[in-house]
Design a protein around this ligand. Sequence first.
Ligand SMILES: NC(=O)c1ccc[n+]([C@@H]2O[C@H](COP(=O)([O-])OP(=O)(O)OC[C@H]3O[C@@H](n4cnc5c(N)ncnc54)[C@H](O)[C@@H]3O)[C@@H](O)[C@H]2O)c1
Length: 426
Amino acid sequence: MSTSPRTTRGVLVVVGQGYVGLPLAMRAVEVGWSVVGFDVDTARVKLLEAGESPVEDVPDGALRAALDDGSYLPTTDPARLEGFDVAVISVPTPLAEGSPDLSHIEAAARVLAPALRTGATVVLESTTYPGTTEELVQPILEEGSGLVAGTGFHLGYSPERIDPGNPEFRFENTPKVVSGVDADSLAAVTAFYDGLVSQTVPVSSPREAELTKLLENTFRHVNIALVNELAMYAHDLGIDVWEAIDAASTKPFGYQRFTPGPGVGGHCLPIDPSYLSWRVRQSLGVPFRFVELANDVNDHMPDYVVRRLAAALNRRGLAVNGQRVLLLGLAYKRNTGDARESPSRRIADLLVEQGAEVLVSDPHVDDRHLPTGVRRVDATPEVAEGCTAVVLLVDHDGFDLDAIAARAPYLLDTRHRVAGPGVEHL
Ligand SMILES: NC(=O)c1ccc[n+]([C@@H]2O[C@H](COP(=O)([O-])OP(=O)(O)OC[C@H]3O[C@@H](n4cnc5c(N)ncnc54)[C@H](O)[C@@H]3O)[C@@H](O)[C@H]2O)c1
């Protein structure tokens, strides 16, 4: 990269080159930063070096152009971080036995600290509980650099709102909440993101910014749980919940549409709200009841889907055991290949356990994410016809759902996308 003749805004380090870090790195390249994409995963960095994007929203072409003109350097070498102007931390924040696992953030801060110089800016983007930036990241950076946050370097938090597969709201046109540990830090963090996105939204401290992200995801999580629970009761009461949702959605104020489904997945909804409830319980000694209830409802949706399928088979005098069942969609979200925490996996596992012959189809998810004991197929109408039942779990655009529904002997549609004599909705 040092040989590049191009003048740049400065050197940006992005720690973690995943769903969040890589799109950020590419956007920064686009607006003139020299970007070092640091990751501990050697295989991922090799892939990036070869110009193969592991993130669907980042095309190989953009990655290759950035590699070719020297504006993007993927690396596992901490020595390449020396003297950065801005560093963004976008590493995973999973749960370990139900509690926040901040080990990746801690490791990222430790690797950045010795490379930190006076006047540089560090921003945490990983989703986490309020207090992490000031209580965890700040002391590690200060100790490792000998500098003081605020006077020596700038520090802030800015949550990521990336929505993989959303063609309308991309990184650059989604407003970005920004914060700093003091006024200078806020100014530095805001100036950095003003160069990348169309709108920044400053809040008064990292805690409010950290809470903003958890509020957004908890809001979705709770509302999805609400319609999921409603869908189960409405079915038992013989009421069409989907029609009620459509009707309620015509209200132009005070209502936001959420729809039932087979459960929640991905890296956000099944995990982030628990960061909030953990913090509330740990600091205040009380449960965050909404989060715990939503976890309970959403976690049980895969079992409910299997129960509904079993009941449908039972009505035809059949057991799950021995039936050939086609599952449409393994990803946690339509038109993406991200299968992390996907409810489809749990449904596949339950059906395999009960002795079904499980076929799965997903044009986006690669073989590494196939559950054990299932067979991958193309979702053709002929394949659907050869199964006892089809379960529509993810409504990818690539599925010809009408043709499949027309031939499937029975189809349980968890997304309310198709109709027909053999179709039942969640
Ligand atoms: N994926 C989303 O849609 C999304 C949206 C908003 C926020 N977030 C949050 O952003 C954070 C990152 O999520 P993601 O989806 O990009 O994860 P990811 O798993 O796709 O990518 C994280 C990357 O960080 C790397 N990594 C782990 N430890 C590291 C370390 N110490 N140093 C350098 N690299 C390290 C991993 O190898 C991986 O490549 C999480 O906190 C997540 O909750 C994700």
